[in-house]
Ligand binder design. Sequence first.
Ligand SMILES: Cc1ncc(COP(=O)(O)O)c(C=O)c1O
Length: 382
Amino acid sequence: MVMQAETTTTVADDVVPLAQPFLNGREIELVTEVLRSGRLSLGPMVTRFEDMFASFVGTKHAVAVSSGTTGLHVAAITAGWGEGDEVITSPFSFVSSANIARYTGATVTFADIDPQTLNLDPAAVEAAVTSKTRGIVPVDIFGWPVDMDALSKIAGTHDLTMVEDACEALGATYKGRNVGAAGVPAVFAFYANKQMTTGEGGMLVTDDDHLAAEWRSLINQGRADSGQWLAHDRLGYNYRLSDIASAVGVAQLEKLNRILTMRREVAFAYNRLLADIPGVNIPLADGDGNERSWFVYYVVLDEGIDRNDVMLKLTERGVQCKPYLPSIHLQPYFRELGFREGMFPVAESISARSLALPFFPQMSPQQQQRVADELRDVLAAG
Ligand SMILES: Cc1ncc(COP(=O)(O)O)c(C=O)c1O
């Protein structure tokens, strides 16, 4: 049974939605297979999903988890961070990139970003290293590959462990190599707005047998290698992904290359439609073996334009948009730790001027034209 792509939007017909998953009959078929099998957790569909994922990214192991955040938490534990340690990450990311260090008891330190890539600036990371620094969380923001070679060099010099937050970058390449296959533990996420989805879910990847075994125990209540249900070797968690969610994951992976191509085509069409609108800056173009995996389509407005006013007007005109991303260090619970405006000026400037536009693989040329026309109009009206 192959159905046409179904849209799952709950917005009015005349509204262009921000994001939509790309689903067809295959998800229903595989979920039904799981339900009929009666193996709803710790079953063969999880293993099938993990094996397919590992071969897509090009790592020896993939371990499925309940979300990107739980995967990052587990990776932060095995990175060895804890009380008294400092971990450096990007202020221009989703909060999980920073929260995971705090979950372990470590202190978060931020380093500013590069204004073009919007990823951690290696020189700023080097400057942020202190005698207490134990780790780095590089993030591939908006699907753009972070400069892992430069960061690995810093990590090597200062004996730091790294966890790559690749939650937004499935399918991206760094210097011709798949993101996630750099030899550093990496984590992907499958929330419904991601390149592929399982509703909620995530995946840890590594080539290290010992590390993968430790992750499998940690996400399964710290269970012992003996496999006995009530034997627990360590403090663990229930971060497992169900077979039902894994079935959705397998169906998504089967068409992932097609989804990624469709997303790229929509993004390139936006590039053409928006490039000449005064005040609008489009995303950095691929080059030097670096290829973005299109998670969101964002633009950065020129300084002096009231981004929030532009967003309000776009929303009134039926174009959904989002201020993407606010800087993490200015969230209330980080301000309580003493973080303030002015500490990471590049991230703050981008946060004040960037917005995500409607973006999904099945977006029609008419919908894209409408977004471009409305944005042009709103900006021209001042
Ligand atoms: C950069 C980044 N890190 C971590 C996460 C967390 O993933 P999840 O929402 O699956 O916990 C996300 C997802 O939004 C993300 O974009």
